[in-house]
Design a protein around this ligand. Structure first.
Ligand SMILES: Nc1ncnc2c1ncn2[C@@H]1O[C@H](COP(=O)(O)OP(=O)(O)OP(=O)(O)O)[C@@H](O)[C@H]1O
Ligand SMILES: [Mg+2]
Length: 407
């Protein structure tokens, strides 16, 4: 299943572009599902049709769903929630508050992700189009499997070797202690969710099937946010294959009091084309009215893709590469707009840590690289190169090496 994720700053046109893409795909005969992960859903407004938390058929080959994380949360997390709820209530936290507190941070996003896996396994769709919440939240969503997978192993081991063996004898001791012991069904829920999560990372970062498209406007803040998003997406291993600049005023027409905006947009457009190169940058005009309903979405799709197939890989380069050059292996990471000063690299065990600003990427190294000392990282032509020399084995596997990155 091909996955196309659209993201960008608030209000730039993500939902309209995603919906138009889905419409076009369905016309080409792809069984298409468009899924909105934005809690403030507007997909139904875009199609001008009521939608629900299960796929609704819109026309031949086109289905749409607006995920309601609370419905999924209740279904999959009920046992865990009940357990936490009990603890919070025993501490004097009232009903609704305890309910809210038992939803852990990131849970809502987590259940949207679990849906992706479910739809892929169903085999019912050829393409999944994701209409997401504004960039910040979406980055959180997309980085979640990465962030969680790190702790998952640890949590699962604690559950398996500590909590489960202890829970039975402890629960017999006294009611006071027993209330703090998670029951079997809560532990099963945790295991199940984490098991499912493991596969999602692979699905979303499968660079042959899943790509992200960034929607933006030709405005300073939108450009900044899109650049940041691109850096972090690359860092998490997602492949971005297209940039869409929406709401451009027609340079050939008179724009009245918006004339000045036209000049500003053209200036930024130049910056965008230069900065995001070699990614394809698609320019989209500002329409006279809102893009609502199938007819308008079809016209918009024609503007975006012409006669080409939206599911095509628009730019085909993997953001992480492992390259061998004689005895030296290199991990190469595409970081389009990262400032070398902000980058920090080190290795612990079989994991490569790359820090950029306040974000961290953990790359599990291939077996051929584990135990090797990383050389000096170099940042050139938008790629971070981290060399590993096969002749330099680490003396102590736990030593951390901080690298300053050079230009
Ligand atoms: N090129 C365009 N010309 C005219 N109107 C547009 C254009 N693109 C989007 N719109 C309109 O702008 C409004 C916001 O667009 P849309 O909902 O697609 O943005 P969004 O990025 O999904 O917003 P949010 O961040 O709130 O989810 C909608 O009413 C849409 O019809
Ligand atoms: Mg939207």
């Amino acid at each position: 299943m091909r996955i196309l994720t659209f993201t960008g700053k608030g209000g730039v046109g993500k939902t309209s572009v995603s919906a138009a893409t889905a419409v076009r795909l369905s016309q080409l005969g792809y069984r298409t599902l468009i899924l909105s992960t934005d809690p403030a859903h507007s997909l139904s407004d875009s199609f001008n049709l009521p939608l629900g938390s299960e796929p609704t058929k819109i026309r031949e080959n086109l289905y749409a769903v607006e995920v309601n994380p609370y419905v999924d949360l209740k279904k999959n997390w009920h046992a865990v929630q009940k357990f936490y709820n009990g603890i919070f209530q025993a501490q004097g936290v009232s009903g609704v508050m305890a309910d809210e507190m038992s939803i852990l941070p990131g849970m809502e996003e987590l259940f949207s992700l679990l849906r992706i896996k479910r739809y892929k396994s169903s085999g019912r769709y050829d393409v999944l189009v994701l209409d997401t919440a504004p960039t910040g939240e979406t980055l959180r969503l997309l980085s979640l499997p990465d962030t969680l997978s790190w702790g998952v192993k640890a949590i699962k081991n604690v559950t398996k070797y500590v909590v489960r063996p202890l829970s039975k004898p402890l629960s017999k001791m006294s009611d006071k202690i027993a209330q703090y012991i998670p029951p079997e069904d809560a532990l099963d829920s945790v295991d199940m969710v984490f098991d499912e999560l493991e596969g999602i990372r692979e699905i979303l970062t499968d660079n042959n099937k899943s790509t992200v498209r960034l929607v933006m406007n030709a405005e300073k803040m939108s450009i900044k946010e899109t650049m940041r998003a691109l850096t972090y997406l690359n860092l998490y291993g997602f492949k971005v294959d297209m940039i869409l600049v929406n709401r451009l005023l027609d340079t050939k027409e008179d724009s009245g009091y918006l004339e000045n905006w036209k000049t500003i947009q053209q200036k930024y457009l130049g910056e965008i084309e230069e900065g995001f190169s070699p990614l394809p940058v698609k320019k989209l005009k500002m329409y006279e009215k809102e893009i609502v309903g199938l007819k308008s979405l079809e016209i918009f799709a024609k503007d975006i893709y012409g006669d080409s197939d939206p599911s095509r890989m628009m730019y085909d380069e993997s953001p992480i590469k492992f390259v061998r050059n004689g005895d030296v292996y290199e991990v190469q990471l595409k970081l389009m707009f990262a400032n070398p000063v902000d980058i920090d690299v080190w290795v612990t065990g079989d994991e490569l840590f790359v820090h950029i600003g306040n974000q961290r990427k953990i790359i599990t190294l291939p077996i051929s690289l584990t135990g090797l000392e990383p050389g000096e990282a170099v940042f050139k032509n938008k790629w971070l190169h981290i060399p590993f020399d096969r002749n330099h084995h680490k003396q102590d596997r736990m030593t951390q090496q901080n690298n300053n990155v050079h230009n």
